[in-house]
Design a protein around this ligand. Structure first.
Ligand code: CAA
Length: 380
């Protein structure tokens, strides 16, 4: 399959593929086992321009756009979906939130460091009691003279332990509901902030997931990101772009599972011939390839919509994320099936892909939430 990429997009995606093969693939199994982040490789991706792909050049970004970003995310995810999610969060959730809602001062202070990989960023929205329904969050920011004082615990924050810059959402208005939420931008050395519990996860174990604890964390009013009370809108519109990144991650995982399965089916002999010659296996592979191809086509359509900048793409991003993540589930399931008992063993890559895929149906909005978003959009 090929798309009409520009030379720049093609070179960027090819570069990501080479980086993934040289710097991620050789160590991913070991890091997955230990549950460790490949921070060195992540920062290197920054120096190569992959952490500032939608950041304008004037703020130190590579400004390569959403299509190049989506294609690069697929390639990185094929090798190491944990490192890839950190790339997705940095580009789609942190940088984009600052590009669209930050003040000039915030852009100048944060974007060059994030885009170049000097800083890693995180997006802290979820709480223990507020996952699918962020409007029910209880962490607060109380105005005190010229400052805001933040209190509360966020959880399941991707890149929490390695983050230098934090976008956090808290409640400024004690009234329940989404209207009282606001976004803040801070660095990890802010007094009163500390990283909390580190999660031990089923998959994407080469990414860090932590609690973020705010105890009388005093921030100047200029740390507000966007307007007070607009936090939920900022979060949800930023997540539209984030869902492109997670869909690309799911597609990369699925494509890797397909590649492994094709290779294995040609090598593995049963009943006196390679299992690739059995129609039962061929039908599985045909369905897997069709699924991946369809999702990829949709990925670049939605990324193009984002690049073209003329239209809100909430519904399309939700459809893409829903389809791509559930597609990856189907494909990884079949990949393990084709590998038989070996697919259940850690020596085989499909075992990790099967685990890594699972979260793509959950984070940045569960499949059920994507269906809510799609239904609301088509019903008007
Ligand atoms: N763009 C711009 N504005 C939007 C928007 C969008 N995509 N979606 C909603 N809004 C606006 C609405 O118009 C509304 O504005 P008004 O107040 O002016 O009317 C406001 O935002 C609130 O929207 P809703 O009333 O629709 O909000 P809701 O409370 O009913 O929730 C929801 C809707 C779809 C369920 C939403 O809460 C949602 O998407 N939940 C899932 C949360 C999620 O994805 N969490 C991911 C955590 S981050 C993460 O996972 C990162 C990681 O680690 C990798």
């Amino acid at each position: 399959m090929d798309f009409e990429f520009s030379d720049e997009q093609r070179m960027t995606i090819d570069g990501a593929r080479r980086f993934a093969a040289e710097r991620l693939a050789p160590v991913v199994a070991e890091l997955d086992e230990k549950g460790e982040v490949n921070l060195e490789a992540l920062k290197e991706l920054g120096s190569l321009g992959y952490l500032g792909m939608t950041v304008p050049e004037e703020y130190g970004g590579s400004a390569l756009g959403a299509v190049a970003y989506a294609g690069s995310m697929v390639e990185l995810s094929k090798a190491d979906a944990g490192t890839a999610v950190a790339v997705s969060v940095q580009n789609s959730l942190v940088n984009d939130a600052i590009v669209h809602f930050g003040t000039e001062k915030q852009k100048k202070e944060y974007l060059p460091k994030l885009a170049g990989g000097e800083w890693i960023g995180c997006f802290s929205l979820t709480e223990a009691g507020a996952g699918s329904d962020p409007a029910s969050m209880v962490a607060t920011a109380v105005r005190d003279g010229g400052d805001y004082v933040l209190n509360g615990t966020k959880n399941f924050t991707t890149s929490g332990a390695i983050a230098d810059a934090i976008v956090v959402f808290v409640r400024c208005d004690p009234q329940p509901g989404g209207k009282g939420l606001s976004a803040f931008l801070l660095t990890k050395d802010a007094a009163g902030f500390q990283v909390g519990k580190h999660e031990n996860k089923m998959g994407i174990r080469t990414s860090s997931t932590t609690e973020m604890v705010f105890s009388d964390c005093r921030l100047p009013a200029e740390a507000l990101l966007g307007e007070e009370g607009k936090g939920l809108k900022i979060a949800l519109s930023t997540l539209d772009g984030g869902r492109i990144g997670i869909a690309a991650q799911a597609i990369g995982i699925a494509e890797a599972a397909l590649d492994e399965s094709v290779r294995y089916a040609k090598e593995r002999e049963q009943f006196g011939k390679p299992i690739a010659e059995l129609e039962g296996i061929q039908f599985l592979l045909a369905d897997m390839a069709t699924d991946v191809e369809l999702a990829k086509t949709m990925l670049f359509k939605v990324a193009w919509l984002k690049d073209s900048g003329h239209k809100r793409f909430t519904k399309e991003a939700a459809m893409l994320k829903l389809f791509a993540s559930e597609m990856a589930h189907r494909v990884c399931h079949k990949a393990v099936q084709i590998h038989g008992g070996y697919g259940f063993m850690k020596e085989y890559k499909v075992e990790r892909l099967y685990r890594d895929q699972r979260i793509t149906e959950i984070y940045e909005g569960t499949s059920e939430i994507q269906r809510v978003v799609i239904a609301r959009n088509i019903l008007g």
